[in-house]
Design a protein around this ligand. Structure first.
Ligand code: GUN
Length: 302
């Protein structure tokens, strides 16, 4: 038996670069019409991972020619003030997308904060109006991580119609919207979680597996059907005392699973960059919708 990896890599950095070129062109075209797409990123507290994420988001905006502002607040910033600031941004015509980085400190209710964001500026796709639109198959904003996963599947020509897709994890940010997007594209979807009995029996039937649990080595080689497409959404650190301590890793045992899978995404360099790319896409989309609305309303008044 050979130990050579079998799976082909789905490169999130290369795919992102391609998509961001198109985003930059569209942003340029909008600017030529006098509208610069703008994103406001709000960070409360000093969670080190969140600090890295928001910096990457703002940097990606700048690189693609989008306007962005990063607002940082102390960990004890009052919830009422955060809600008031969001209300101001809802009415700020230079801002088309508002993102409040999660998790928030314990004294702030995330659902209240998300509900305060105008659905037309909710580029995270977390507001109930956008979550409901996804559920009903209506237009809205799609959450960036599962949206990026769908783009990755499309990039390898993977038509999910009729395929058995298994989603590991049921979070509001990834698992649930992921399942809905796959369902929308006619996959047969199974959602597994911490209470699922006999996980391996289910994953072994999967044509597509999306792992979004937040725990490394959740998916191992013995759990994967030969040729399956494996997407790793996990973002974990290898603990002290183990080989590669401190390095990033996903939920999938990459070395083992890449021996049997048909395609696999790496961590880092897989889903992570795609999440940011889809945030840029949603922000641009928000600005484009505003531009077309402005044109329509101007025409209506002539
Ligand atoms: N925290 C982890 N992922 C995300 C995300 O996609 N958006 C926001 N706002 N916070 C997050």
């Amino acid at each position: 038996m050979t130990n050579a990896p079998h799976a082909q890599l789905i490169d999130g950095i290369a795919l992102s670069a391609q998509l961001r070129q198109n985003i930059a062109q569209r942003a340029h075209a909008l600017k030529a019409r006098g509208l610069t797409p703008g994103l406001a990123v709000l960070l409360v507290g000093d969670n080190p991972a969140s600090q890295v994420y928001v910096r990457n988001k703002v940097k990606a905006c700048e690189d693609a020619g989008l306007h962005s502002v990063l607002e940082r607040y102390d960990a004890n910033f009052p919830e009422a003030e955060l809600l008031a600031r969001i209300e101001e941004l809802n009415h700020d015509t230079s801002i088309h997308g508002i993102l409040v980085q999660l998790p928030l400190p314990a004294h702030i209710h995330a659902h209240k904060v998300i509900a305060a964001i105008a659905p037309a500026k909710d580029v995270d796709g977390f507001h109930v109006a956008n979550a409901g639109a996804l559920l009903l198959g209506q237009p809205g904003f799609l959450p960036c991580t599962p949206y990026g996963v769908m783009k990755m599947l499309a990039s390898i020509g993977c038509d999910v119609r009729g395929k058995h897709a298994v989603v590991l994890g049921r979070s509001n940010i990834v698992g649930k919207p992921m399942a809905l997007m796959l369902l929308q594209q006619h996959a047969t979807v199974t959602v597994c979680h911490s209470h699922t009995a006999n996980l391996k029996a289910i994953t072994l039937q999967a044509d597509i597996i999306v792992a979004a649990v937040g725990k490394r080595n959740t998916l191992t080689r013995d759990m994967v059907k030969p040729g399956a497409v494996v997407i790793d959404v996990g973002m974990n650190r290898i603990p002290e005392g183990e080989e590669g301590a401190g390095k990033l890793c996903g939920d999938v045992d990459f070395a083992g699973v890449s021996q049997v899978a048909g395609y696999i995404t790496p961590v880092p360099g897989g889903v992570g960059p795609m999440t940011i790319t889809m945030l840029l896409t949603n922000t641009l989309e928000a600005a484009e919708r505003e531009a077309s609305w402005l044109e329509t309303s101007t025409e209506a008044t002539i």
